[in-house]
Ligand binder design. Sequence first.
Ligand code: XMP
Length: 512
Amino acid sequence: SILIVDFGSQVTQLIARRVREAGVYSEIAPFTTAAEAFARMKPKGIILSGSPASVLDEGSPRVPQEIFDSGLPILGICYGQQVMMHQLGGEVRLGDMGEFGSAVIEVTDDCVLFDGLWQIGEHHQVWMSHGDKVTALAPGFRPVATSPGSPIAVVADDTRRYYATQFHMEVAHTPDGAKLLANFVRHVCGLAGEWTMAEFRAAKIADIRKQVGKGRVICGLSGGVDSAVAAVLIHEAIGEQLTCVFVDHGLMRAGEADQVVSLFRNSYNIPLVHVNAEATFLEGLAGVTDPEKKRKFIGGAFIDLFEAEAKKVGGADFLAQGTLYPDVIESVSFTGGPSVTIKSHHNVGGLPERMNMQLVEPLRELFKDEVRVLGRELGLPQAFVGRHPFPGPGLAIRIPGEVTKERCDILRKADAIYLEEIRNAGLYDTIWQAFAVLLPVRSVGVMGDGRTYDSVLALRAVTSTDGMTAEAFEFPGGFLARVSTRIVNEVRGVNRVTYDYTSKPPGTIEWE
Ligand code: XMP
């Protein structure tokens, strides 16, 4: 296995993902507990992540000495490179200017990381994001690639099997990054690359059994793929110790709540409590317009209802959720860790401290497409597994401004037309997420001989591989015009339709 030491980069989990893709098991440990994780795991190699910190700052994170003393191969990425140079006797300085975004490096020497990939003299695109740079090599290292902003862009010490790059090889913007990482894992660490999702399933089932023991687990279904996959996995692990509770907040898309209930009750025979709480949620959302307040309220109400159900079930000790990695990275910060909260996705950030159940979150390390692979591995139907992601707070965060029953119904109708057209055009599976947003803006229109003054609807469709970055989807000519016409004709209350072309970043996928 590989131990990934996390210094708090926003993209550390992508390293884990790339290592999984190379067919090798890995675990991430925050630098604060890296020494313990190292002793427990007995890994075959170490990867040091990036960080928002600077090695020049007093008290900034360091690599535990045991790791250098172990004689194992080490790969440093960005801050990982700088901290290696700093601790091993090189020099890091504040750059005159930072380097953020695409950069081109020139290969100046052979390196095992480049095996079968890059030759001396070639130029390759990579992704940089750093302020400091390495200005003097630590003893034993040689430079093997260079860029205008980072003269020491990649370094190698073949004797100790230490390698480090200033660029981020784990992100998709470094096109050859996954292969560079695979070279480290396979050729340097000598790992075979035979790990699969079937093993992940088996490992998680063992973890769940160990964590839960004879306890009772109550699993919150959201109606989406993630919580369903989590529930089926947990059911496989502990059977009747699991009860699923579907708190139906009434903020789902047309027809989706019924599909979930039927899947669980009829196809899987998993005990399911269906709580129809639409009225409670709408009452609580009355007058609330701030996106974070909506999330906090919905998260809180969810937990309240769970607690009530847990009592009825007879003292559940654990609450299971289908939290994925992108929910975690955008919600959580740990000491020395990621800096800003962009959105507190309710299934993580909204949990009140008072909750006296422990969390079971078997998908916490996975990205969406990996959850789909796991779902198929567990036998869930493709039509369900292939569903676009849907946010926990549902339509509430697709109705900027106040959420009312009337506005939910308008949105549901328009959204259903949009998705029907997408399916008919055979585009559903090429799009990561498509949905409509009902704006708190009214515009003047003319229908028949009359003036209208109704709401504006925004359509959104994005492509993405992990939800962390996204591009607006380009529909074929005529498609949006057709959808727009249908919506304005068929949905009372909407008289104008717009299309959102913003990518992420700088936008986010949802509007709130
Ligand atoms: P953003 O809007 O942050 O969304 O680019 C990234 C992904 O997360 C989903 N999302 C949420 N999921 N609770 C969730 O469970 C939330 O509060 C939430 N907000 C956004 C979003 O649909 C996209 O897939």
